[in-house]
Design a protein around this ligand. Structure first.
Ligand SMILES: C=C1C[C@]23C[C@H]1CC[C@H]2[C@@]12CCC[C@@](C)(C(=O)O1)[C@H]2[C@@H]3C(=O)O
Ligand SMILES: O=C(O)CCC(=O)C(=O)O
Ligand SMILES: [Fe+2]
Length: 373
């Protein structure tokens, strides 16, 4: 079993090369999603917006608790990350994606690797291609940046490092607020106060730059197919162009809800590992990206996970006679391997049978499992 994040995909290589989408005047057949493959359809007419939470508001904790147990996603403002840090990171993404294809391919992700340029890994689970390209960073991007920008790489590396520092801070703050809102403290997680070497030095995040070029036929294309993130939490910065949609399950207003970009705001997604940690109390939100006709769109995801030596399992405080333990313990690397193999069945593949039976018995139809589409 690989222990390093970067080795998570060794046994599930994906080898689909990105194509140059810029000069296409028509949508090729290989990019045409049919309606039953979940291609974008209109939003439900009446729906609640995704909560926007002001972190400086005295009610923030309560609002976070509500958002975590219902939506699994919210936006934050007044989060303390300077706008300039977000802007500089967006510049890195724009500079990278505007390079000619042969330059970007110098930083190509290897089929069994995690870092580098390519299509989203989940592409292998769909019959059609997605209208996007991505660049994944786990640890320092120095090697790749040095190859593509021999004269300017330090400036770009500095922007990434600064972004990483700020996001790590915010991710920790948000994690404790989210767990705190469920009554969980640091003492309830035996790994949270452990500062051993391997806990602090290994990367506990990936940064994903996404680019969705303007698309000649946006209604038939898919930017990024529906998925949940394999993280504790993901913090997403989207440029001023909309495209992110989240699946609001249940009730009369079920359907895809657009998350409008807010200048300086950040989107927070609950990932599968926080769903496991919360013993199913917090849903990991299914989301996707749609594309549009005239505008390029950039998004930057900070995918935050636990230290690599930590096994995540449901917090004991949230397990009891009426809430049996739903999942077995997994490390981040192990879970990424499971996701690479089972994709949307990954959560159910680590679910414990007794809990599943109890749930079926209760005929509980909430959206704790991942239901794509
Ligand atoms: C740490 C992570 C999390 C990964 C895999 C690995 C590095 C890149 C992440 C993404 C980013 C794009 C969507 C996703 C679904 C994908 O294809 O690559 C993500 C995936 C996951 O959340 O499962
Ligand atoms: O581009 C977006 O808005 C979504 C990106 C995303 O879901 C991801 O990178 O995991
Ligand atoms: Fe995502």
């Amino acid at each position: 079993m690989p222990s390093k994040l970067a080795d998570a995909f060794r046994s599930h290589p994906v080898d689909i090369q990105p194509k140059n989408l810029h000069d296409l005047k028509e949508l090729p057949d290989s990019y045409q999603w049919s309606a039953d493959q979940d291609r974008p359809e209109p939003e439900p007419a009446h729906h609640e917006p995704v909560p926007v939470i002001d972190l400086s508001d005295p009610n923030a904790l309560e609002e976070i608790g509500h958002a975590c147990t219902t939506w699994g996603v919210f936006q934050v403002v007044n989060h303390g990350v300077p706008a300039a840090v977000l802007d500089r990171m967006e510049d890195v993404a724009k500079s990278f994606f505007s390079l000619p294809a042969h330059q970007k391919l110098k930083a190509a992700r290897s089929p069994d690797g995690i870092s580098g340029y390519g299509l989203a890994r989940i592409s292998s689970f769909f019959p059609k291609l997605m209208w996007s390209e991505g660049f994944t960073m786990v640890g320092s991007p120095l090697e790749h940046f040095h190859t593509i920008w021999p004269h300017h790489y330090t400036r770009f590396c500095d922007s990434v490092e600064e972004y990483d520092k700020q996001m790590q801070n915010l991710a920790q703050t948000l994690m404790w607020l989210m767990l705190g809102s469920l009554g969980i403290t640091k003492e309830d997680l035996n790994w949270a106060n452990n500062n051993s070497n391997s806990t602090t030095t290994n990367p506990r995040a990936a940064i994903q730059l996404n680019h969705y070029p303007a698309c000649p036929d946006p209604d038939r294309a898919m930017g990024l197919a529906p998925h949940t993130d394999s993280t504790l939490v993901t913090i997403l910065h989207q440029s001023n162009t909309s495209g992110l949609q989240v699946l609001r399950a249940g009730g009369g207003t079920a359907g895809w809800v657009t998350v409008p970009p807010i200048r300086g705001g950040l989107v927070v997604h609950i990932g599968d590992l926080l769903h496991i940690l919360s013993n199913g109390l917090c849903p990991s939100v299914v989301h996707r990206a749609v594309v549009n006709r005239d505008r390029n769109r950039i998004s930057i995801a900070y995918l935050h996970g636990p230290p690599s030596n930590v096994r995540i399992s449901p917090v004991q405080k949230l397990v009891g006679p009426s809430q049996p333990q739903m999942y077995r313990a997994v490390t981040w690397t192990e879970y990424l391997g499971t996701k690479a193999k089972h994709f949307d069945k990954a959560l159910s593949s680590v679910r414990l049978c007794a809990a599943a039976e109890a749930k079926d018995h209760n005929n509980n139809n909430n959206n704790n499992g991942v239901q794509v589409g």
